[in-house]
Design a protein around this ligand. Sequence first.
Ligand code: SAM
Ligand code: SF4
Length: 341
Amino acid sequence: MATDSYGRRVDYLRISVTERCNLRCVYCMPAGGLPVRERSELLSFEEIELFVRAAAREGISRIRLTGGEPLVRKGIVELVRRLRAVPGIESVALTTNGSLLARMAADLASAGVDRVNVSLVSLDPAVYSLATRGGRLEDALTGIDAALEAGMAPVKINVVLMRSLGQDPMTFARLTLDRPLHVRFIEYMPVGAGGEDGCDPVGGSDDWTQADRVANDEVLARLDSDGAGAGLGPLKVVDPGDGPPGSGPARYYRFDGAAGTVGVISAMSHMFCADCNRLRLTADGRLRTCLFSDDEIDARRVIREGSGADLRALVLAAVAAKPESHAMRVGTIRRMSQVGG
Ligand code: SAM
Ligand code: SF4
């Protein structure tokens, strides 16, 4: 397995399959969307598979498809099937807004998606619509039901908290009581907020401010007191080995007797870099060594012009180039929807 300069084992690859999305979440995208790339700039399914074959030979065993919204890319079920068949790939997961999941979950599961993360910004239909700029809460909820019915496990719910949206963490935590759902609160991150190209603020996380970020310690304190008030008792820490598989940078907790867990991902208040195990491949074929770094490696050129050996060397070079930490940097050239989260 590939190990980076800081002794971290890298076995996980996030692949953004498209920059397009059918929503425009306020923390992620500008209201008008982003310029659409030429088709020739995007990696084809054959090219993605070629890269994954090389990465798998260097120890990548888990893939997550993301975007943009991965389910808007035509043929995504076929891509899952192809990647799942690559020797060495043990898991293909998905991060989605869930809006198209109700109609696709069964096919995705039979193609080999085992795990799914569904983003859910609010359980209030009006706030959901406002925060996603037009999305329907009902669609995401039926998507979550369909993922459970299709046997995907774990099903995780990603909640980005913004103070200006006034979300109540307890409403989400209640989802974990009866069904095996794993709610993760994610600190609002300044990805795409500015950047070294001096891009103008155009919405999405370009509008990020410290004041709008809800620190995870505050979330846990609120859940503890609201849980006690509702007779659920305090949150109990879940040992890392007992948390949902594919825990990544989250820390997990549970209300007594709950079927699911509550997790926090503290990108900003507690740096999660020490456990970083991943590389990212963008839809236009750039390899990123860190969510917050604009250093990119042009994998597309090597996929299109190089040999399998060149590609494997590129994967190792990317692992070796991983920085020790994101050093609380604010602002990247690419937006979250262009990196894949
Ligand atoms: N469209 C899919 C979705 O929403 O799940 C996948 C792509 S989205 C960019 C991946 C993840 O990034 C989602 O969980 C989303 O909530 C999260 N995200 C987007 N913008 C963010 C921000 N500024 N801070 C923290 N998380 C963010
Ligand atoms: Fe689309 Fe996901 Fe970004 Fe929301 S977070 S705009 S669903 S890519």
